[in-house]
Design a binder for this molecule. Structure first.
Ligand code: F6P
Length: 383
């Protein structure tokens, strides 16, 4: 029987960082070496590593290089979410497609498989690598938990834990000062962090991109609580929350480029809208990158490790162009093309939204869907 090919693998961590990236790198290195005797290389700073002079963006990752990193946040390889290798800006002339340098460098180093650990942006790029003939295996990463084709991405559990801890702390100060606290969390197109963070802490209102909000509805909820003697409320606001015809709020950019746009600050707008409607003092807190930092939760360490190990298994089976995934509790894979075709969103009439509503959480839904009888009452002139 012919001996199995001795592979040399490279791994890159694309897009924003996320707790659990190091656990993936470690699992890949260990499995590749222990089981198959394969060699692992790391690409520094996402795809930017391919642009570094003299091939310096590729570093050998042997066993000592990954020792002790399971519990470390961030990524030992460095991350970057500003580089589009297919359109790299130049001092003169228009942007240049630098993707041929990827092929060249991989070839030079004798690397025959690339593992891309990243979110939707990274997997769109990975799909283009697949089309160039590169053997790619993907691993889903994002605290937003919105990657298509998988129920879970690692990093989400840790982020929800951080949000939960923050909201828990905010309740006591909100109550002491009789304030409404708006807590802005990450989640560009999908409100999973906001929904889970709010559900896990019993927040009063949750604003998510999937359900456009009406500030009058937030005010109603706050007033209703006051009638019960509760002079404080917590409103969780996903950074991508918006009004029905409203725009998302950007700190930089205007929504036209994923490489330069930075969301953030919608809670300032909601605070203003709400202050005009209620007597209680309104304050807002933007949790920002605290949600992406720190040690991964045990759940994320395990999920990331299982993903890393499974990626090596896919390489062994020759299943390229696939991204590892989980459905229920079963690990498997789907095509990178599918993963890159869009993002997962919260179904506005799904089980979790319904459960939250039945427990009294408001989404301040502009279409009245928090209160299914509102339209009928209006029609019949009932109060
Ligand atoms: O994709 C994860 C994410 O955390 C988004 O929710 C957020 O908009 C973005 O990253 C922020 O990225 P940056 O670090 O570039 O500001």
């Amino acid at each position: 029987m012919a001996a199995k090919k001795k592979r040399r693998i490279a791994i890159l961590t694309g897009g924003g960082d996320c707790p659990g990236l190091n656990a993936v790198i470690r699992a890949v290195q260990r499995t590749a070496q222990n089981v198959y005797g394969w060699e692992l290389w790391g690409v520094r700073n996402g795809v930017e590593g391919f642009l570094m002079p003299r091939g310096e963006g590729l570093v050998r990752l042997d066993r000592p290089a990954v020792a002790g990193i399971l519990t470390q946040g961030g990524t030992i390889l460095g991350a970057s979410n500003r580089c589009d290798i297919f359109a790299v800006p130049r001092n003169r002339g228009g942007p240049k497609d630098e993707s041929p340098r990827v092929l060249k460098l991989l070839k030079q180093k004798g690397i025959d498989v690339l593992i891309t650990v990243g979110g939707d942006g990274t997997h769109r790029m990975a799909q283009r690598f697949v089309e160039m003939g590169i053997k790619v295996v993907g691993v889903p990463k994002t605290i937003d938990n919105d990657i298509r084709g998988t129920d879970r991405s690692f990093g989400f559990d840790t982020a929800v834990g951080t949000v939960g801890e923050a909201i828990h702390r905010l309740y006591s100060t909100a109550e002491s000062h009789h304030r409404v606290m708006l807590v802005e969390v990450m989640g560009r197109h999908s409100g999973f962090i906001a929904l889970h963070g709010g559900l896990g802490t019993g927040a009063e209102v949750i604003l998510i991109p999937e359900i456009p909000y009406d500030p009058d509805r937030i005010a109603e909820k706050v007033r209703a609580r006051r009638e019960h003697g509760l002079n404080y409320s917590i409103v969780v606001v996903a950074e991508g929350a918006r009004r029905p015809k409203g725009e998302m709020v950007y700190r930089t950019g205007d929504g036209s480029s994923e490489h330069t746009d930075r969301l953030g600050g919608v809670s300032y707008r909601v605070a203003e809208e709400l202050s005009r409607r209620i007597k209680l003092e309104v304050r807002n807190i933007v949790l920002g990158h605290t949600q992406r930092g720190g040690t991964p939760s045990p759940f994320d360490r395990i999920l990331a490790s299982l993903y890393g190990r499974h990626a090596v298994q896919l390489i062994h089976e020759g299943k390229f162009g696939q991204m590892v995934n989980v459905r229920g509790t079963k690990l498997g894979s789907i095509s990178i093309k599918t993963a890159a075709s869009g993002v997962n969103k919260i179904p506005p009439r799904g089980d979790r939204v319904r459960a939250a509503r039945e427990m009294g959480i408001s989404f301040a839904a502009a279409d009245g869907s928090d209160d299914p009888y509102a339209k009928a009452r209006k029609k019949h002139g009932a109060p």
